[in-house]
Design a protein around this ligand. Structure first.
Ligand code: CP
Length: 304
C-alpha cells in the first residue's frame, strides 16, 4: 500500500487522542476575524462530488483567512461529468498546482485512495457512509466550549446513525475520550451491529430512555436521499423520535442540542428545539471555521 502524505486527515478512527487534542488546541488559537497569512502562496483545491454548504464554505473561509488561494471543483460542470476518473482528476488538480485537496465523495474510501496516489495531503470532507472527521472535530470543539471534559459525558445520538458518517466519526472521537454514548433510533437506522462500532456503546429504541439525564444530544438528519428500499414511515419516525421540547426536558437542564446540519425543521426536530437557548446548531457552524483553519495549517505543515 502506498504511504499517505503527512498532514492528511482521512478519518478519526486511526487518530491518537493526542493528535485530536493537538488539532483542538490549535483551533483555539485560530481567529478567522484576525487573519494570519500562515498559508500565503498555498493553493487549496476544494473537490466536491456531493452537495455541501457548511463544510465547503467553511474550508474556503478558513483557507482564505490564512492567505491561501482556493479553487472549487464540483462534479457537476467539470470533466468528472465526461467520465474522468477520481485518480485522473486528482493528478490533474496536482498538476495545476494544488498543495492540498479537500474532497467530499459519495463513496467510502475515495479520500484514502487519492491520498495513496498523491504526494500532497488530502483532507476528507465526508466520504459516503464512512467518516466526516472535520465535523467530529468541530463538534468536540463545540462541546468543550460548554463542558469541562468529554470524559464521562452522557451523549445521546438520535436518528439515522446507519447512514451517518457524522455519527461514525463522532462515535470514534467521543469513545477515545471516555464519553458514554447511547445510539437511539429504529432498527433501520440503528441496527444491533452498530453496538460493535466501539465497545461500550448502548442502543436505545426510545427517545425518552436515551435522553434521560443526557449532557449532549446529537440529532441527525433523516437522509431521505439514502432511504430507497427502507420501510421507514416518516410519520412514525416523527412520533417516536422527533426532538421536541417535551423530550428535551428529560435531559439535563444544561444539555446541549447539536445537529451537523442541514436541519429539516418539523422532521428530526421541531422549530422550537432548533431555536431554543440550549441549541448549539449555529455555533457548530461558526466553530467549523477555526477548526478547519487548524486542519489546513496542520496539513500544510504550518501548525507550529
Ligand atoms: N454538516 C455538513 O457536512 O454540512 P454540509 O453538507 O452543508 O457541508
Amino acid at each position: 500500500m502506498n504511504k499517505v502524505t503527512r498532514g492528511s486527515l482521512l478519518g478519526i478512527e486511526h487518530l491518537q487522542a493526542a493528535e485530536i487534542l493537538g488539532l483542538l488546541k490549535l483551533a483555539r488559537r485560530m481567529n478567522p476575524r484576525k487573519p494570519r497569512p500562515l498559508l500565503r502562496g498555498k493553493r487549496v483545491l476544494l473537490l466536491f462530488y456531493e452537495p455541501s454548504t457548511r463544510t465547503r464554505s467553511s474550508f474556503e473561509v478558513a483557507a482564505k483567512s490564512m492567505g491561501a488561494m482556493t479553487t472549487l471543483v464540483l462534479s457537476s460542470g467539470s470533466s468528472i461529468e465526461k467520465g474522468e476518473s477520481l485518480l485522473d482528476t486528482a493528478y490533474t488538480l496536482r498538476a495545476v498546482g494544488a498543495d492540498v485537496i479537500v474532497i467530499r465523495h459519495p463513496h467510502a474510501g475515495a479520500p484514502l485512495l487519492m491520498a495513496q496516489h498523491l504526494d500532497i495531503p488530502v483532507v476528507n470532507a465526508g466520504d459516503g457512509m464512512h467518516e466526516h472527521p472535520s465535523q467530529a472535530l468541530l463538534d468536540a470543539y463545540t462541546i468543550l466550549r460548554h463542558k469541562k471534559t468529554l470524559k464521562g459525558l452522557r451523549v445521546a445520538i438520535v436518528g439515522d446513525i446507519y447512514h451517518s458518517r457524522v455519527a461514525r466519526s463522532g462515535i470514534h472521537l467521543l469513545s477515545k475520550f471516555g464519553a458514554h454514548i447511547t445510539l437511539c433510533g429504529p432498527p433501520e437506522f440503528v441496527p444491533e451491529t452498530a453496538a460493535t462500532l466501539q465497545p461500550g456503546l448502548h442502543i436505545s429504541r426510545t427517545a425518552e430512555e436515551a435522553l434521560h439525564g443526557a449532557d449532549v444530544i446529537m440529532v441527525l438528519r433523516v437522509q431521505k436521499e439514502r432511504l430507497a428500499g427502507m420501510k421507514i414511515k416518516l410519520q412514525d419516525y416523527i412520533a417516536r423520535y422527533q426532538m421536541t421540547m417535551a423530550r428535551l426536558k428529560l435531559a439535563k437542564r444544561d444539555a446541549l442540542v447539536m445537529h451537523p446540519g442541514p436541519i429539516i425543521r418539523g422532521l428530526e426536530l421541531t422549530w422550537e428545539v432548533a431555536d431554543c437557548p440550549q441549541s448549539a446548531i449555529v455555533e457548530e457552524v461558526a466553530n467549523g471555521v477555526p477548526v478547519r483553519m487548524a486542519i489546513l495549517a496542520e496539513a500544510l505543515g504550518k501548525a507550529r
